[in-house]
Design a protein. Sequence first.
Length: 240
Amino acid sequence: MESSKRQQALLAAERLKATGRLASEIAHELNTPLGGILMYSHLLMEDLTEDDPCRENIVKINKLAHRCKIIVQGLLDFAHQEIRQSGPVQINRILHNVIGFLEDHVLLKNISVETHLDPTLPMVAGDENKLEQVFVNLIVNAIQSMDGTGTLALRTEFALDPSRVRIECSDTGCGIDEENLGRIFEPFFTTKEKGKGTGLGLSICHGIVERHGGTITVETHKGYGSTCTIFLPVAEKDRG
């Protein structure tokens, strides 16, 4: 049974790597024509007066092309998660910062936030900006799954392996169907309503965590919420 699970995990990892290579190729192919669409739509707008009836359509084309550029950038972020500024990083401080700039957001209005952060948690080796991106994505996903009300719980602690730390993000949201659980880290896979997400958030998180030498998993119970668990390696200077 364990061997079968390991085999499935390896196959999933290989599939994600192959998807990342494909995503990168697609993004580069799309960038050139999208750049042309944006350039020519800008030129057209410059030639039209403010009251020209055609101007509104050109503005729509421009906005939709910008939307495509954002999606393409998300593909590139998924495919290329270089860790540019690796150094000792304090996870508790990053989580405090993320909650700090999200706390006034309308999404958190009726959400109770619980934090259980180990004050003795050692530093991890990584890129603070990239790890912040991971936690923003996870927290926003958790909040959205609760549809306006519920409890978000954040926990940090030593892992059983002393060379790693454990970070948990739990919610009391709708949970994920069992048949979808194996696909949640695939790019463009989403259980959200159409127009409410690109399906790139968790795939980007997976890429960032993996490039930090860590792992990310999700446990869920349909109708009772989900828990995302991340393990990250302790910085060399804090290892025993």
